[in-house]
Design a protein around this ligand. Structure first.
Ligand SMILES: C[S@@+](CC[C@H](N)C(=O)[O-])C[C@H]1O[C@@H](n2cnc3c(N)ncnc32)[C@H](O)[C@@H]1O
Length: 279
């Protein structure tokens, strides 16, 4: 790519309001197979599509996650959810080492509201062996997630929360993770245009207080959890107290984990057998 071509892309991206025009130009130039493809990609980016949807991938937990147009772009803050889940899985992996020696997988992981499948794929990469199941209601997300969890042998189902999961998973799930929509309906219109215009409403809108989907995730979680299993959901600081109440009300032992660096909040519900073992 000639320097003049590079600076033409930077100029175009800057004019479209891209703050990181230099970095974006470098990524787009590297990704475009031909000059015509590059023009088309720059056009789409200048029209406001998220960079990740234009490139076709996002970096998440050090992995390259495929992201199709119209699919939620995994956020950096969600790496905190993955980290918290991985920490909880590890002591458990030791406990079930005997089972592993018998050829059984170490952790059963369910990624609800999986979008691209980034959370499940990252957990599969972080843990030694997992049996991974993911669910999303949106067919475009399900198609995308199938590509991202294929390496881990993950299964992706389309449907509403737990409804499409195999009944045989009841009582066997070690880690139940969900980054579900949690933006209050009135706040969706205040989101940046990249999200508001190019990510599906079903990925963002969590109802009047943002908690419609998460309340349902929590209420139906207990029968799916294995003894000592954990539910982990991403939320906002402001919403966390209500979710803690909901977790306790549904018979799980609640706590909150917070990262100031990533501005991330995760509410965790432990099945009672988990407490005393890994906190
Ligand atoms: C905020 S996005 C998160 C996607 C992914 N977990 C991530 O972190 O990148 C929420 C996802 O939940 C899905 N979703 C919304 N309501 C759902 C429901 N009732 N059942 C299953 N998936 C749902 C949306 O389609 C969207 O992909």
């Amino acid at each position: 790519m000639s320097p003049s071509r590079h600076s033409a892309v930077v100029t175009r991206l800057r004019a479209a309001g891209c703050v990181f025009a230099e970095d974006e130009a470098r990524l787009l130039i590297a990704a475009a197979p031909t000059p015509a493809d590059l023009d088309a990609m720059v056009d789409r980016r200048a029209a406001g599509l998220p960079l990740e949807q234009v490139l076709g991938w996002a970096e998440f937990c050090g992995l390259r996650i495929a992201v199709d147009p119209g699919v939620f772009v995994p956020r950096r803050r969600t790496e905190f959810l993955v980290g918290q889940a991985a920490v909880l899985a590890r002591p458990r992996a030791v406990i079930v080492d005997e089972a592993a020696a018998l050829g059984r997988p170490r952790a059963v992981v369910v990624d609800l509201c999986c979008g691209s499948g980034a959370v499940g794929a990252a957990l599969a990469a972080a843990l030694d062996r997992v049996e991974l199941y993911a669910v999303d209601i949106d067919p475009a997300a399900v198609r995308c997630a199938r590509r991202n969890v294929a390496n881990a042998g993950g299964q992706v189902y389309q449907g509403d929360l737990y409804e499409p999961l195999p009944a045989a998973l009841r009582g066997r799930v070690d880690l139940l993770v969900a980054n579900a929509p949690y933006v209050p309906t009135d706040a969706v219109g205040l989101m940046p245009p990249e999200a508001r215009l190019h990510e599906p409403r079903v990925a963002l809108d969590g109802g009047s207080d943002g908690l419609d989907v998460l309340r349902r995730v929590i209420a139906a979680a207990p029968p799916w959890l294995a003894p000592g299993g954990h539910l982990l959901v991403e939320t906002s600081d402001r919403q966390a107290p209500q979710l803690i109440e909901s977790v306790a009300h549904n018979g799980l032992i609640p706590r909150v984990a917070r990262s100031d660096e990533l501005n991330a909040t995760v509410v965790i519900g432990a099945e009672s057998a988990a407490v005393g073992r890994c906190g």
